[in-house]
Design a protein around this ligand. Structure first.
Ligand code: CA
Length: 506
């Protein structure tokens, strides 16, 4: 039951989404026998039948809420008319191995990347300066400015120099169990494939987080302490830092792109500023492209625990084996406890913008959000801050906060980011290209130089999910190869890294 005015995803659904840019007008006939009894804005829901108090509101074939009043056919279904269901119980989910569904493997697709000694592949060639404590962040910013002005012009193969700034490192309960998350995140961020294995760390000297926790066993690492007694004054420290940077720049500058198989691509999927279109156009297109990456041997990461919590049964059913299912449930339990300690639950996720964009509650948001993971089996679950160990589709357990999720996906090893938005966000990361997808053409037209890919033609029926999924897949390869640039790289529009620190401060 789809026409240009509405989209209904699943035959069981008793609501559909208004897809026309102007929404639906009172008196409009949307399908035979159903006439809108009031104006309904774009991306919002219309009732396809009379819904009585206590009846389920069904979207994507799942219950997104219980009606708390009579909702006549043709009316605008708004958030206050739905009671949010309880989150599915994690203790009652039973695992059964997925029915094998052999899909054709894709052969012959490649991209041009920078091969690293550890086997990983970069899509950019960046000098990254890590730090063990925020005290040195101002110094790091000075160093980056001097590197860009004085050194980078002599090293044309290096794309950028960035400081991996964060507010962690001291004034923290370093031995608290939860400290493992920010510490391993910093270690793995420094190992991101786009930094080429060249690890240098600015340290202060007296901080709790010892810089060796960041460098680990990596051979090519350097640590500069501002409190080093052999250094007198700021300029001497600066010269020491520039010398250290230049040693690494020389190695990075010698790197050349080479042809790499898709199995070296690690694509992080995320959404932010979602609307009800995200689950119709942007996320299904991203999910189709995610399947193509996995079928070609590559890796896709998806995350955002609070946005998939309500779809946990679907995810457990896709776990490749019982161990993966158990890991998935454990991460969800850990997050339920984490939220509970703050007297919150997953319903705290939705924003005023989500609701204005037609998403009534977290259940509706989750069912649309999980679509961007595609349909392949989940081969592993990665704890926050850890680096991936396998290839294929994996769940990286992170908060849904765009910056925290992005930072943890970088730590997991992401070398290409896909970000779907409906409301619009200028989100960008310096470390990897961020392909921004709009779920609706209205946004893509207004933000014509901020959006990289418009999935809106799917919502309007002009193009199929499959056709747009292939277009996105090709764009991903071009961007990973450096043949095209994303909007945030053209504009230099970057957000800060944001560590996930569930541990106490002192
Ligand atoms: Ca997000």
């Amino acid at each position: 039951m789809n026409n240009p005015a509405i989209i209904r995803i699943n035959p069981l659904d008793n609501v559909a989404i208004a897809t026309a840019i102007g929404g639906i007008g009172k008196g409009d006939s949307v399908v035979s026998g159903i006439v809108a009894i009031e104006d309904i804005p774009m991306a919002h829901k219309i009732a396809l039948c009379d819904v009585h108090p206590g009846d389920s509101i069904i979207r994507y074939g799942y219950k997104i809420g219980t009606a708390n009043r009579f909702i006549p056919v043709g009316s605008w279904v708004q958030e206050q008319m739905l009671e949010t269901p309880e989150a599915p119980s994690l203790d009652e989910i039973k695992y059964s191995a997925p029915i094998p569904n052999p899909v054709e493997q894709l052969q012959g697709f490649t991209f041009e990347g920078y091969r690293n000694e550890d086997g990983s592949v970069g899509t950019k060639n960046i000098l990254g300066i890590s730090m063990s404590v925020h005290c040195v962040a101002g110094f790091a910013n000075h160093i980056i400015t001097r590197i860009k002005n004085e050194l980078l012009p002599s090293y044309p193969n290096v794309d950028d120099a960035i400081a991996l700034s964060h507010t962690y490192g001291c004034g923290i309960a370093i031995n608290a169990p939860a400290a493992i998350i920010p510490i391993r995140t910093l270690h793995n961020l420094a190992r991101n494939p786009n930094l080429g294995g060249e690890i240098l760390v600015l340290a202060l000297g007296c901080e709790k987080l010892r810089p060796e926790k960041i460098t680990g066993e990596e051979a090519e690492s350097d640590i500069l302490y501002m409190q080093d007694e052999s250094l007198t004054g700021f300029e001497e420290m600066m010269q020491a830092a520039l010398q250290m940077a230049e040693r690494h720049l020389k190695k990075l500058n010698a790197r050349k792109r080479e042809t790499c198989p898709i199995s070296d691509l690690i694509v992080g999927m995320q959404c932010g500023g979602s609307d009800a279109f995200s689950g119709i156009s942007g996320n299904p297109v991203a999910g189709f492209a995610a399947d193509l990456i996995v079928r070609a041997g590559g890796t896709v990461l998806f995350s955002e625990v609070t946005e998939v919590r309500d779809a946990v049964e679907q995810l457990v059913a896709r776990a490749a084996d019982e161990e993966v299912a158990a890991k998935l449930i454990n991460e969800m339990k850990w997050y339920d406890d984490y939220l509970g300690r703050g007297n919150a639950d997953r319903a705290a996720n939705t924003t005023p913008g989500n609701k204005k964009g037609g998403l009534s509650n977290i259940v509706e948001k989750a069912l649309g959000s999980v679509v961007k993971s595609g349909s392949m089996p989940i081969v592993d679950v990665v704890s926050p801050g850890d680096r991936i160990k396998k290839k294929g589709l994996q769940f990286v357990a992170t908060p849904a906060s765009d910056f925290v999720c992005g930072t943890l996906q970088l730590a997991a090893g992401m070398n290409l980011h896909v970000f779907i938005t409906g409301r619009g966000t200028p989100y960008g990361l310096a470390m990897v290209p961020v392909i921004k997808i709009s779920s609706n053409t209205k946004l893509a037209s207004r933000w014509h130089d901020l959006i990289d890919f418009d999935a809106g033609p799917v919502a309007s029926g002009e193009k199929t999910i499959e056709a747009m999924g292939w277009e996105l897949f090709q764009l991903m390869l071009d961007i990973a190869s450096g043949k095209k640039k994303v909007a945030t790289d053209v504009l230099g529009l970057y957000n800060e890294l944001a560590l996930f620190n569930p541990g106490p401060l002192t």
